[in-house]
Write a protein that binds this ligand. Structure first.
Ligand SMILES: [Zn+2]
Ligand SMILES: [Zn+2]
Length: 258
């Protein structure tokens, strides 16, 4: 437990190669075209934020048995979507568990493979689909000084390292689990919304030069880290996750958001 005092909890963004037209054959099956959901993180920001193309949103949450996110975190996430995105025909969340693959550590390529095997919802008509996987292991990027809580890796996909989230919550001097879960989910979703300066243009200069694609306001949801563990308690000092600051909200509004 002692090492925890030294580590920094971070949220990351890894850019997986997007699919090209050449991949059409592999990505169209049974009338489902997966291409629209295999693009670069941030590239669908306007589609998620506005109601121009998509009037509703479906969130497919898949978790390894025993690693289900809390109901409070899901409620908080739905609330975050409804306050940032224009989806007049509604927000739907579906959940499903899968058995453990027995891995203790995951590369983002392995996470993408799990998505390939288990994802059932893709953009369809006027509904845009988002995939979230809750892993039973840690990120291969973890080391002695930084620990990854979640990673956005495509335009509609991100992973929460739920086992790591659990190991840093619900103990003395640690935040409540649902609060930490909601913070990581909302932050990674913020990357799908194009924050910060990655798919959604800046309306004011607030990208952190030392931590690109993150906001420079330490109280903002899109700050790059949640310092642990006492700092995490400071960051997560309310009953709800950190909010977006005014600069991030202005960016989203200029790109079709609420
Ligand atoms: Zn981030
Ligand atoms: Zn911000």
């Amino acid at each position: 437990m002692k090492y925890k005092i030294l580590v920094t909890l971070i949220f990351t963004l890894i850019i997986l190669q997007s699919c090209s037209k050449d991949d059409d054959i592999n990505n169209v099956a049974n009338g489902i075209n997966k291409i629209g959901n295999k693009q670069t993180t941030g590239s669908s920001a306007n589609d998620i934020l506005s109601d121009t193309k998509f009037k509703s949103i479906i969130i497919e949450m898949v978790y390894v048995e025993g690693f289900e996110p809390t109901a409070n975190a899901i409620d908080s996430f739905k609330n975050f979507i409804s306050t940032t995105c224009n989806k007049p025909e509604g927000i739907t969340v579906i959940k499903k568990s899968i058995p453990s693959l027995g891995d203790t550590e995951y590369t983002i390529e392995e996470i993408a493979d799990i998505e390939e095997t288990n994802r059932t919802k893709y953009n369809n008509g006027q509904q845009i689909a988002i995939w979230i996987f809750f892993a039973d292991g840690k990120s291969d990027k973890d080391d002695n000084v930084t620990v990854v809580l979640g990673t956005a890796y495509r335009n509609t996909s991100f992973v929460i390292f739920e086992e790591t989230v659990r190991s840093f919550s619900n103990s003395p001097f640690e935040p409540n689990r649902s609060l930490l879960e909601a913070t990581v989910i909302n932050h990674e979703f913020g990357h799908l919304l194009g924050l910060t300066n990655f798919g959604t243009d800046l309306q004011s200069p607030h990208e952190d030069p030392e931590h690109p694609r993150h906001c420079n306001a330490a109280s903002c949801l899109m700050y790059w880290e949640a310092v642990s563990p006492s700092g995490l308690n400071g960051f997560l000092n309310g009953s709800s996750p950190p909010q977006l600051d005014a600069q991030c909200i202005a960016d989203l509004r200029a790109n079709g958001g609420k």
